[in-house]
Design a protein around this ligand. Structure first.
Ligand SMILES: NC(=O)C1=CN([C@@H]2O[C@H](COP(=O)(O)OP(=O)(O)OC[C@H]3O[C@@H](n4cnc5c(N)ncnc54)[C@H](O)[C@@H]3O)[C@@H](O)[C@H]2O)[C@@H](O)CC1
Ligand SMILES: Nc1ncnc2c1ncn2[C@@H]1O[C@H](COP(=O)(O)OP(=O)(O)O)[C@@H](O)[C@H]1O
Ligand SMILES: [K+]
Length: 517
């Protein structure tokens, strides 16, 4: 699912009006009507007080449309205009006139704190103060209004995005933003719903189809995509009947040190469970017996050093290599890693300590082949690309890094973002049960195993991240967030594959009816 920039959203509105021969007022009517339908479907006329707060731009115009329909259907509505600027948009004014023709209870003008209404905890707030047009922080009294919303504890439904949130920046003051329970976003979600700095402003979100021009939606190239089942399914490579283990590649998993052999066991098992034909692990000598006894499907090669990797040499020809889990950053290990990079020609997935070694010795980055995959968690990413000001700055730096080194950067987190050159792919699966040791090792193994089966490194990363999260989403049903372990993610991988073939989905909806950000 494409995630459009602010400029693209405005362009899409214009193109839709032009192609469908409708006015912008009619498009606003459609948008507001969709919000009304959503509320009406759930409330069925219940007489809960609904406070609709409208700004003076088109987001406010949407709010006025919603309020008018709610009034017509007999709801208990209080409409307010947050009078924060003299510059009203045309469509706001058209809808201001229309609501005045519908009811004698005209919208109440709010000009300062003294005007704030009482809002009960069981009331509903519709937040239509600012949308994507916010271009500076709200006035102080408007910020206090947003805090008044939050203090009321009323269910808050934001129109398009929580007011005070920019579509392409991080607000400096969290009190200047509405904290929404739910956001109904027009046509597609916004990038800010998925970033660690800004996702807290809405608990749930849903995209409402407002009939934006189909050609615009299809042809417009976006910098950001949300990856759900609809995006993943077409990538799937079926298993051939007349195939053998050689058909699906040979994964080599390199890593481990004294006390950290388990990381390689997990990674190797994940490579196998993702479908790799063969798996070999390469570990320090101390790991030989534990590896052979806990992972009988794997072949095992060992370093001559007992406790760490000092010489990564082997006489097999792996299709793809995953390296770094539990490897440590000993000087001897670094020398071995550097030598390995100089001679390696297989596709590579780099994780954990191998990333830390690259961060410590940036000159080694030039040894990476094009399309090498790196899978840092936030701390590892910071060591690699430097500190960032906020999430947007982080993504800018990540794109520059990916371009410079021609690598696929898998930035792990609640919504893992895969960056390749200028494009960013946001994953939609996964849950907090994954916040436990070893799940990252599993991901590296899976991506390595997928490359072995012929998936391009970028596809393997997107597919791997999706399946990893999906497996955890299925497993959490049986184990709960607290008890989910990295081994469960491997165990449930088969179910995650099978889920790809479960009920078909609507093209506009990546994974579910509602989304928790
Ligand atoms: N396809 C779509 O996405 C559609 C979008 N529509 C709505 O239009 C919205 C965008 O409307 P606008 O561009 O009018 O902008 P907004 O309604 O988001 O609000 C900003 C308005 O207030 C002004 N402003 C910005 N920051 C301010 C501040 N801190 N204090 C006071 N005033 C400030 C701006 O000049 C602008 O007029 C969308 O978010 C959406 O709700 C719908 O009406 C129709 C379809
Ligand atoms: N709250 C969360 N929601 C979804 N996914 C998560 C969450 N926390 C962690 N993850 C995922 O779990 C994995 C953790 O990886 P990492 O931090 O490298 O763990 P480890 O090094 O212990 O293997 C990543 O794939 C990350 O995206
Ligand atoms: K809003």
């Amino acid at each position: 699912m494409k995630i459009f920039s602010k400029q693209q959203i405005y362009k899409g509105d214009q193109q839709t009006a032009k192609k469908q021969k409708i006015s912008s007022t009619e498009l606003m009517e459609r948008a507001g009507m969709q919000i009304f339908n959503w509320i009406h479907e759930r409330m069925q006329g219940a007489q809960v007080p609904i406070h609709v707060f409208c700004g003076i731009g088109n987001n406010g115009g949407d709010g006025l449309v919603v309020a008018r329909h709610l009034i017509t259907y007999g709801y208990s509505v209080h409409t307010y205009v947050v009078n924060c600027s003299e510059k009203r948009t045309e469509d706001f004014l058209v809808n201001y006139d229309r609501i005045k023709q519908t009811t004698k209870k005209w919208p109440i003008m709010l000009n300062c704190e003294a005007d704030f209404p009482t809002i009960g905890p069981d009331d509903i707030i519709v937040d239509a103060v600012f949308g994507i047009g916010l271009n500076r922080p709200p006035n102080d009294w408007v910020k206090r209004l947003f805090q008044h919303f939050r203090a009321s504890k009323a269910f808050t439904l934001s129109v398009d995005l929580p007011s005070g949130l920019y579509p392409d920046d991080v607000p400096e003051d969290e009190n200047g933003v509405v904290w929404a329970n739910y956001t109904l976003s027009f046509q597609a979600p916004k990038l800010v719903f998925f970033l660690p700095d800004t996702s807290k402003y809405t608990v749930n979100w849903e995209a409402l189809d407002i009939g934006i021009d189909a050609e615009f939606l299809k042809e417009t190239e976006t910098e950001v995509e949300l990856i759900g089942k609809n995006e993943i399914f077409p990538m799937y490579k079926p298993r051939e009947k007349f195939s053998n283990k050689g058909t699906y590649g040979h994964a080599l998993i390199i890593g481990g040190s004294y006390g950290k052999i388990g990381a390689v066991v997990l990674s190797g098992k994940a490579a196998l469970a993702s479908g790799s034909g063969l798996v070999t692990t390469f570990i320090p000598k101390c790991g030989y017996i534990p590896m052979q006894s806990s992972f009988p499907e794997a072949m095992t090669l060992t370093d001559h050093d007992e406790e760490k990797l000092t010489d990564i040499s082997f006489d097999i020809e792996p299709t793809a290599i995953g390296i770094g889990m539990g490897m440590g950053t000993d000087v001897k290990t670094h020398v071995a890693f550097q030598k390995f990079l100089e001679s390696n020609s297989a596709s590579l997935v780099i994780d954990a300590d191998a990333i830390n070694l690259l961060s410590k010795h940036k000159e080694d980055l030039k040894l990476l082949k094009a399309q090498t995959v790196l899978t840092p968690h936030p701390k590892e990413l910071e060591r690699l690309i430097g500190k960032w000001k906020n999430d947007f700055d982080k993504l800018k730096k990540a794109k520059a890094f990916s371009k410079k080194h021609q690598c696929v950067l898998v930035i792990k987190g609640a919504h893992t973002i895969t960056v390749f050159e200028n494009k960013m792919y946001i994953n939609s699966t996964g849950n907090p049960g994954l916040s436990t040791g070893g799940t990252g090792d599993v991901l590296t193994g899976m991506i390595t195993g997928l490359i072995c089966q012929g998936y391009e490194p970028l596809m393997a990363s997107l597919f791997g991240v999706y399946l990893h999260g999906k497996s955890a989403d299925i497993a959490v049903e049986d184990y709960g967030y607290q008890s989910l372990t990295a081994s469960h993610v491997i165990e449930y991988l088969g179910k995650a594959y099978l889920d790809l073939f479960a009920k078909p989905q609507m093209p506009h909806d990546p994974d579910a009816e509602e989304h928790i950000s």
